[in-house]
Design a protein around this ligand. Structure first.
Ligand SMILES: Cc1cc2nc3c(=O)[nH]c(=O)nc-3n(C[C@H](O)[C@H](O)[C@H](O)COP(=O)(O)OP(=O)(O)OC[C@H]3O[C@@H](n4cnc5c(N)ncnc54)[C@H](O)[C@@H]3O)c2cc1C
Length: 442
């Protein structure tokens, strides 16, 4: 083999596809019994739903191109009608992304957003640790920064919702440097959080995993499932990936898995300490999802878009992801801290209680219900993306994707644009494929 790719998520599959296009022999080893990684499509009441990645936006050009190439069209996210916010015990309606708060609260939200985005001007995407503000920003958490600029309670609660849905963590767990760089890589808070013109603008009616399945189909038996790579040996002009089912020797390897999961692979000879520490200091967050299906999207008849925000858990954000013909489907992002430890029946009750608190009692009677806790996955747990704590970027950031001895690194966490998203994963696969191709040439 020319190249062995570890991980058949969007990053690994893109890297393999690009290398194959360039005429290289490539094999993909995937530990799960399916491709797609953090993209996993299943069904509810017969309609496709995504347990992981769902939405795409207009500036996420690379994943959109890939999806179009393999014949997976998008549909706009349903936005007609009023959005709802349950805040401090009251449900109110609003339009667009910024919820209806008091004038004082809204002014505070704008002030903090402006200050946050101003900071991003000083943080370069490729090497954020070189910024003059980096030591200061990487020494504090997002919460620490919010307190230092005297953000009001509502602003802090809204930022907590942003942290939960974006990184699957609380504001006091994520480095301010990471937060600023991450949002900048998405083009700003608006493009990251908005539906129209933003990252939630569109979705794939058949789900996101079919994109990965089609890429994998084209690669055929070069994608091998159920192959957990436990050891990578390197040197002597080659790299060998070892699994229980045997080893694959190649001239180069692309490790396309989240940095945290690099720790589960033994590298021989051992990589320099900084690589090892990076994996230990780049933890994934935890996010969970609950879906409820109803005979019809009854909230639409009441003038609601199905989009809602809540300061009461476990569901804290909802969307209408109903198919054109078929049941009404509500998607709820749930707070993994209170949701994941519950037994399945209680998770269902709590999620439906949240939906009912927003959309009325009818929400308690779904025809089907599905939830998924990414933190509880047996293999490669966690998601949506890394919740990088203070100190990691400035100490270990430079090793995130620096190749070493024929080993190259991909995965959405290594991207400079739309890191954390499908688009970042695709971009990282393209970048790694280019690096490997140059390496093989030399
Ligand atoms: C709940 C949730 C909601 C999300 N919503 C969105 C969204 O709406 N839009 C969006 O763009 N993004 C979203 N994301 C993020 C998106 O899913 C990820 O950014 C993207 O899928 C990451 O792709 P990847 O290839 O980098 O990594 P992964 O998808 O994690 O792929 C890595 C693969 O490597 C495999 N692997 C790990 N270790 C080994 C090993 N030792 N040996 C062999 N194989 C291994 C894993 O099984 C996995 O298949 C969401 C994620 C979650 C969890």
């Amino acid at each position: 083999m020319d190249v062995v790719v570890v991980g058949a998520g969007f990053a690994g599959l893109t890297a393999a596809r690009e290398l194959d296009r360039r005429g290289h022999d490539v094999v993909v080893l995937e530990g799960r019994d399916r491709v797609g990684g953090r993209s996993h499509t299943t069904t509810i009441a017969g309609a496709p739903i995504d347990l992981g990645a769902t939405f795409v936006g207009p500036t996420q050009t690379e994943v959109n191109k890939l999806a179009a190439d393999v014949g997976c069209p998008t549909v706009p996210t349903y936005t007609q009608g009023r959005n709802l916010i349950r805040w401090r015990g009251r449900v109110r309606a609003y339009r667009s992304t910024i919820p209806k708060l008091s004038m004082i609260e809204l002014v505070d939200v704008s002030r903090i957003q402006w200050r946050f985005e101003r900071l991003s001007k000083h943080v370069p995407l490729a090497d954020p640790w070189t910024a003059s503000v980096a030591p200061k920003l990487d020494a504090i958490t997002l919460d620490g920064w919010l307190r230092s600029v005297h953000a009001g309670a509502s602003t802090r609660d809204l930022m907590a919702i942003m942290a939960r849905v974006t990184w699957g963590c609380e504001p006091d767990e994520v480095s301010m440097l990471h937060a600023v760089r991450y949002v900048k890589a998405a083009g700003g808070i608006g493009p990251m959080l908005d539906v129209k013109g933003g990252a939630q603008q569109d979705r794939f009616p058949d789900g996101t995993q079919p994109i990965a399945l089609r890429v994998a189909d084209a690669l055929g038996d070069r994608v091998r499932l159920g192959r957990i790579v436990t050891r990578v040996t390197h040197g002597d002009g080659g790299v060998t990936a070892h699994t229980d089912a045997g080893a694959v020797r190649a001239r180069a390897a692309v490790i396309a898995i989240p940095p945290q999961h690099r720790s589960a692979i033994t590298f021989e000879p051992g990589l320099p300490d900084d690589y090892r520490r990076l994996a230990e200091h780049w933890p994934l967050g935890n996010l969970s999802k609950a879906y409820a299906a109803y005979d019809t999207p009854f909230w639409r008849a009441a003038g609601c878009s199905g989009e809602a925000l809540s300061d009461e858990g476990p569901v804290f954000i909802t969307f209408d992801v109903s198919p054109d013909d078929g049941p009404g489907v509500l998607l709820g992002f749930t707070d993994s801290r209170t949701f994941d430890p519950l037994p399945p029946a209680e998770r269902r009750t709590k999620a439906l209680e949240s939906f009912a608190g927003l959309f009325g009692e009818r929400a308690r009677e779904p025809i089907d219900y599905v939830d998924h806790c990414w933190g509880a996955e047996e293999f490669a747990p966690g998601g949506p993306t890394a919740a990088v704590p203070p100190g990691s970027w400035t100490r270990y950031g430079r090793w995130l994707r620096t190749p070493i001895d024929g080993i190259f690194w991909a995965g959405t966490e290594t991207a400079d644009a739309w890191t954390g998203f499908l688009d970042g994963a695709v971009r990282s696969g393209q970048r790694a494929a280019g690096e490997v191709a140059d390496f093989l040439k030399s």
